[in-house]
Ligand binder design. Structure first.
Ligand code: HEC
Length: 508
């Protein structure tokens, strides 16, 4: 048999398309690896500009693929009509191409916004979108071969359905990122909500137990120790040969004897250490770590004085009012999270008061204030879109949410040292961008009060050697941006010696 016998006019085999498609898919997959985690620091405005097209473009592939899906289903179910071939090739090309553009824009968006840093939902959405785009490209290639070889469309259809499935997941994550996880079901009638398991009390992944069921040690005491102490007192890292990660170890103690004495907080080593003056070498947690807060000490003291029982439920105690208040405050501290400890950061979601302050502020500054993730009470504030319209007065309304802030971007706004001084209560702050603002060395005084700070951007500000050299006492500082400042190379060098783990970016 020769080619001439072929019944339909022969089409060329789509080798070029295939090659091009696989190259594009490979490029997409390589992209996150090449670019690394989102930085959000030295990102040029053009990246943000293009990134903001993501919400515009992404509806194209969704619409196109939904249409193709229905066409193919129609073709499968209604074999009789003349259109049994399903979709022509072009819509698939258009769908795949628009998916690539949507992913590219999404990727720029992800890199341009500080809030996506370390946000696992954003990471998952990125990969969901990426896998969908790659699947869309492969579906298109398979369709092209099916057409060229007049082959069985079953394989292409299978892949098409799989792609649309991935698309569903990716779009759902994307919607959760922008609107919050319960956006769709928030106003659903009750039977639907309970069917989906989205009833409010069940929605949080790690709900705080009702007070009636709380075991004091496991649910209140252990999380405090976990947050403040266990990082240095656990298996493999037991400073002073003292582990605090289980009740037994806690009681057993270390070199200096038992960690605690049930019934006697005053004689209990852990409390003796916590109550030492801050400048005492033996104070725990050691200098440089966020200190344990008063309500936490109050709860621990009360629990030990009342027998330090490992199993006893909260209602079995006769809890005095000040301790009840302290327990409530500890829950707030837990939900605000401590930068250092990964586990309890998402201990509980935002409470109603916080949600309503955030909702109010969001009306004033659309898109500027967001929760870091859906289950956390941690907040990100970015004044990027407000820029020159944002000044010290503009910052005032944020006062009630300051303790919840983890990242603050005030770059290129009109704020001054006055705004920075208000941030002294933002003790959970990990990242601050003050680039191209009027701040001076006076701002450094405030920054020194924020032990969780990991990244400070002072590019294009009036800071000098005198101020910047004092940053050497910040224990967690990993990145410091100083280009286009008066800071001298000599000062940078001295700072670098004192902060060997900190990357100092000078643009030199
Ligand atoms: C950043 C690490 C770090 C953190 C966090 C930390 N410790 Fe320590 N801890 C140490 C080191 C180092 C020693 C040993 C030096 C010393 O005895 O002061 C120590 C020793 C101790 C000892 C003495 C143990 C013994 O028997 O010799 C106690 C008690 C103690 N810590 C309690 C605590 C408590 C309570 C917390 C939390 C509020 C805490 N530590 C948090 C580093 C840490």
């Amino acid at each position: 048999m020769t080619h001439q016998d072929h019944p339909t006019p022969r089409r060329g085999k789509p080798w070029a398309l295939t090659l091009f498609g696989f190259a594009a898919a490979g490029g997409l997959i390589a992209m996150p690896f090449l670019a690394g985690p989102p930085d959000g620091e030295k990102i040029p405005d053009i990246v943000r500009f293009l990134g903001h097209f993501h919400p515009v473009v992404l509806h194209l592939p969704i619409g196109v693929f939904a249409l193709i899906l229905f066409q193919e289903l129609g073709a499968i179910l209604g074999k009789r009509g003349g259109e049994s071939g399903g979709t022509p090739l072009f819509p698939l090309f258009f769908g795949a191409a628009s998916a690539i553009v949507a992913v590219l824009a999404g990727f720029l968006l992800y890199h341009g916004e500080v809030q996506f840093r370390g946000n696992s939902l954003a990471d998952r959405h990125l990969w969901g979108g990426l896998i969908f785009a790659v699947a869309a490209v492969v579906t298109f290639i398979l369709k092209a071969w099916t057409v060229a070889l007049n082959g069985n469309p079953a394989f292409y259809r299978l892949l098409l359905f799989a792609s649309v499935g991935v698309m569903g997941f990716a779009s759902h994550d994307g919607a959760s990122l922008t609107h919050g996880e319960d956006y769709l079901t928030e106003y659903a009638p009750e039977p639907i909500r309970s069917l989906l398991g989205t009833d409010k009390p069940e929605a949080a992944p790690a709900p705080v137990k009702a007070t009636g069921e709380q075991v004091v040690y496991a649910d209140i005491v252990a999380p405090i120790l976990e947050r403040r102490c266990v990082q240095c007192h656990k298996e493999g890292k037991s400073k002073g040969k003292f582990r605090m990660d289980t009740y037994e170890f806690l009681v057993k103690g270390g070199k200096e004897g038992p960690g605690l004495e049930p019934g006697n907080a005053a004689e209990s080593n852990i409390l003796i250490r916590m109550n030492l003056p801050m400048d005492d070498e033996e104070h725990m947690p050691p200098e440089g770590k966020p200190d344990i807060e008063d309500p936490e000490i109050a709860v621990l003291t009360w629990w030990i004085d009342n027998g330090a029982d490992p199993k006893k439920l909260l209602p079995a105690f006769d809890v005095p009012a000040p301790i009840k208040a302290a327990i409530a405050k500890v829950a707030v501290i837990a939900s605000a999270g401590v930068a250092e400890s990964a586990a309890p950061a998402h201990f509980s979601g935002p409470d109603e008061a916080l949600k309503s302050s955030v909702a109010g502020l969001s009306k004033q500054f659309p898109g500027a204030l967001t929760f870091e993730s859906q289950q956390s009470a941690l907040l990100t504030f970015t004044a990027v879109s407000l820029r020159g319209n944002f000044d010290d007065a503009g910052f005032n309304p944020l006062a009630p949410v300051l303790p919840h802030l983890v990242t603050v971007d005030l770059s290129a706004t009109k704020i001054t040292d006055q705004t920075v001084s208000k941030l002294s209560s933002a003790t959970h702050l990990r990242l601050i961008r003050l680039s191209e603002t009027g701040v001076t060395d006076a701002a450094i005084d405030t920054l020194l009060k924020l032990p969780s700070l990991e990244s400070i951007n002072l590019y294009g500000t009036k800071v000098t050697d005198a101020g910047v050299s004092r940053l050497s006492t910040l224990p967690n500082l990993k990145r410091l941006y100083l280009w286009q400042t008066a800071v001298t190379p000599a000062a940078v060098k001295t700072l670098k010696e004192k902060l060997p783990d900190c990357e100092i970016i000078t643009g030199a």
